[in-house]
Design a protein around this ligand. Structure first.
Ligand SMILES: Cc1cc2nc3c(=O)[nH]c(=O)nc-3n(C[C@H](O)[C@H](O)[C@H](O)COP(=O)(O)OP(=O)(O)OC[C@H]3O[C@@H](n4cnc5c(N)ncnc54)[C@H](O)[C@@H]3O)c2cc1C
Length: 271
């Protein structure tokens, strides 16, 4: 899928009443010029989203912006993207990668969000499988930073992450309460009906309007659930990955659910 295909998908998803986050696939670039090239795709996306009046933002990985080559380079590139997003009234979501990058990712997001004029134009992702996440949520909330909450997609050791799914889920709910209780607009990224139902129950019990948060799901995954949520009046954002560098993305999704092999092969390899 190329930029134009991704924009067409975004338009179609918008027509179904859902917003979009566009992710130009790729991570861990090996040269400065590759990082700039990757950023260029996002600059084009931000302009195209504005021109076509799409209800879409962008999701960016800092390793794709050169984080492993030079944190300064990644921060500078990310800052340019956030400035661009702000100028077209849009938003940059900085995806969260493996736990060796959690601290530097949060540091960069917090610095960008604190820059004059950029507050609210950048947000990040918290993974409920990490022990540290509750403390990270507290810090981000105290600075009014928008959070996407997910369970986490990387293979992490028991020193940093809950090994048991039960604990990851329990922490997901604990963190969901914290996000819903805050005045900032957040995203709950999950296809897990138990998490979704519990979030909506909590919101209803605490008088939190459904317009104050959104659910986020992967393009094509649990379309039935996506449609039902829209029908019930909830905000749903669909994450649309596109581009040539599908391999690491594909392998993570595959590790999560072997059944994904068919779905992803169909969607990511389709021209
Ligand atoms: C919008 C979005 C953005 C994300 N961003 C990040 C990120 O920045 N960093 C990161 O580490 N991870 C990210 N993830 C991945 C996330 O961490 C999980 O790995 C992934 O969402 C699976 O967890 P789950 O909450 O859906 O529930 P799980 O507990 O894995 O699954 C619960 C149920 O959901 C359904 N389900 C889940 N996944 C699938 C699937 N692929 N196909 C069909 N059914 C499925 C099944 O019914 C399953 O039983 C993101 C996920 C989404 C949706």
């Amino acid at each position: 899928m190329e930029i134009d295909d991704a924009l067409r998908v975004a338009e179609a998803v918008n027509k179904q009443g859902m917003s979009v986050s566009l992710d130009s696939l790729g991570e861990s670039v090996t040269s400065e010029s590759e990082a700039h090239k990757a950023a260029e795709v996002y600059h084009r996306l931000l302009d195209a989203i504005a021109t076509r009046k799409l209800n879409a933002n962008v999701s960016v990985k800092l390793t794709q912006m050169g984080l492993l080559l030079s944190p300064g380079l990644a921060e500078e590139i990310a800052e340019n993207l956030v400035e661009h997003a702000r100028s077209v009234e849009n938003f940059v979501r900085i995806d969260m990668e493996d736990s060796s990058l959690t601290q530097i990712t949060l540091d960069i997001v917090r610095r960008l969000n604190a820059k004059p004029g950029l507050h609210g134009a950048v947000g990040t992702v918290i993974q409920s499988y990490l022990y540290r996440s509750q403390a990270d949520v507290e810090v981000l909330l105290s600075e009014g930073i928008r959070i996407r909450l997910c369970k986490g997609a990387y293979k992490e050791p028991p020193e940093v992450a809950f090994p048991k799914k039960l604990d990851v889920d329990a922490n997901y709910l604990r963190l969901t309460w914290m996000l819903l209780d805050s005045p900032v607009f957040h995203g709950l990224a999950t296809h897990d009906e138990k998490m979704i139902a519990a979030a909506n129950r909590f919101a209803a019990e605490h008088g939190i309007d459904r317009s104050r948060y959104e659910f986020q799901m992967l393009f094509g995954v649990r379309r039935d659930l996506q449609r039902q949520l829209v029908k019930d009046g909830y905000n749903v954002r669909v994450y649309v990955p596109f581009g040539h560098e599908w391999y690491p993305y594909f392998m993570r999704r595959l590790a999560e659910r072997p059944a994904n092999v068919f779905f992803l092969a169909k969607n990511l390899l389709r021209k």
